[in-house]
Design a binder for this molecule. Structure first.
Ligand code: PXP
Length: 249
């Protein structure tokens, strides 16, 4: 296994922008949320600039690049437009995700194996520009091997199916999904890939994922932004951080 280190928490602020955009005004401000998350101990901020700009805007990315003192993980689809934007900003990390216009959220992992050639060429300039390239994929050996071959440094395992199964009370599927992630986190780590995980994580689902020793970073958004209505953003993040640390120890 790679050298272990503290499990990092990346706070995804997309849904602060969702609430802002519901009225088309200026608040709540995602940049303010990002700064509070930083102060609450977030190790990074994640933002997904979608093709349809349904939440995060180009101006949000400009602002994040200006004000953040922690790394920005820039989530994007593998399109020409997004590549140009990433190359202009050179964020610490880019996470390549699949994107469908009609989906409510990022439903599955990226199909890397079938698009190996295109993706290898796509990420090369991003790597050359100094961005850490992460690929958002299912816990599937074929996709992990392909992500490794195209030169990605990081994979992010899609935890959505596991979280949905827990929420639905489907213990059998939850166990199957967790087993796949346990095995594939170890497999990816053995290949030398850094392993991240995220999507749909909450206080009810974070512990077994945070306990996977090869996972180095969790990216969590929707639940934390929702929980901040009740607890406040800073306490909501503190509680997640504490649960992650407890799972790790
Ligand atoms: N990681 C990736 C790659 C994602 O696309 C998302 C959702 O934008 C997340 C993590 C965070 O998921 P959630 O908002 O459900 O916590």
């Amino acid at each position: 296994m790679n050298e272990t280190s503290k499990l990092r928490l990346g706070v995804n602020i997309d849904h602060v922008a969702t609430v802002r955009n519901a009225r088309g005004g200026a608040y709540p401000d995602p940049l303010r949320a990002a700064k509070i998350a930083e102060e609450a101990g977030a190790d990074g901020i994640t933002a997904h600039l979608r093709e349809d700009r349904r939440h995060i805007s180009d101006a949000d990315i400009d602002g994040l690049m200006e004000v953040l003192t922690v790394p920005l993980n820039f989530e994007m689809a593998a399109t020409e437009e997004m590549q140009q934007i990433a190359l202009r900003h050179k964020p610490h990390a880019v996470c390549i995700v699949p994107e469908k216009r009609e989906e409510r959220t990022t439903e599955g992992g990226l199909e890397v194996a079938r698009e190996e050639n295109r993706l290898a060429h796509y990420i090369a300039p991003l790597r050359d520009a100094g961005c850490r390239v992460s690929i958002f994929i299912a816990a599937d050996q074929r996709q992990i091997e392909a992500a490794h071959r195209i030169g990605a440094e990081v994979i992010e395992l899609h935890t959505g199916a596991y979280c949905d199964a827990v929420t639905d009370g489907d213990a059998e599927t939850a166990e199957k999904e967790l087993k796949a992630m346990t095995e594939m986190a170890a497999f990816a780590d053995d290949l030398g890939l850094e392993v991240h995980a995220g999507h749909g994580l909450s206080y009810d689902t974070v512990t077994p994922i945070a306990a996977l020793p090869q996972v180095r970073e969790l990216n969590i958004g929707h639940f934390l932004i929702g929980e901040s209505i009740f607890l406040g953003l800073e306490p909501a993040i503190h509680k997640m951080r504490q649960m992650m640390d407890e799972a790790r120890s």
